[in-house]
Design a protein around this ligand. Sequence first.
Ligand code: MF3
Ligand code: CO
Length: 251
Amino acid sequence: MIIRKSADELQAMRRAGLVVARARELVREMVRPGVTTLQLDQAVEEFFRRENAIPAFKGYHGYPATICASVNEVVVHGIPSADQVLEEGSIISVDIGAFVDGFCGDSAWTYPVGRVSEEVQVLLRVGEEALYRGIAQAVVGNRLSDISHAVQQHAESYGFSVVRDFVGHGVGRQMHEEPQIPNFGPPGRGPRLKEGMTLAIEPMINAGGYQVEVLQDNWTVVTRDGSWSVHFEHTVAITEDGPRILTSLQE
Ligand code: MF3
Ligand code: CO
């Protein structure tokens, strides 16, 4: 069952989304050569504490940190570490989730560390565009896979590939609610989108092949071919006025 949210519930979700957006901007400002991924994690954890927000990832199936910090060929679920120092020319995907007043906000973004190659700049741009192509399909009357298809079309038109083993999801009082939202597939399938649905749309786009594998730590997801990967995610509400991005910094 897809849980639809009332206007009041959407207001609470926006409060959660705004805290996550501000944490995301905090990370954006910190990312530079020499910073460790653990420093990013600690900064977000402290920020959440000040905001009375509860980290959504910490303890989730035993996940040990507040954020996921995924560098270069790491697709998602990289564990922050004091040993991981960001280097010029790398990229880092940071995934952030928090509960505020019982509702979850979930968002991810990929940043360049200093100057990155032309090719990587294209990957970053197309990944972000793919997210917004997907969001544009999150309208009343569309079907769920219209989102999936729009993401895939955009990424593949640049020769990139879409990760298949991990998907977006409904989000609300739980971080993961129905439905699952693949980032690939034919349009016109799945449930019809209705007002009050809240979705975490999160394309993971690889420069090379779509295959991924999980490392020995049982968390870190890497591309099989070592190609670099980007991840962009927003929590979005479907409204009569179109998609409303609950994890945007400004309204
Ligand atoms: N945005 C991710 C998701 O929606 C973050 C989960 S990381 C985990 O699944 F550690 F909490 F699993
Ligand atoms: Co998510």
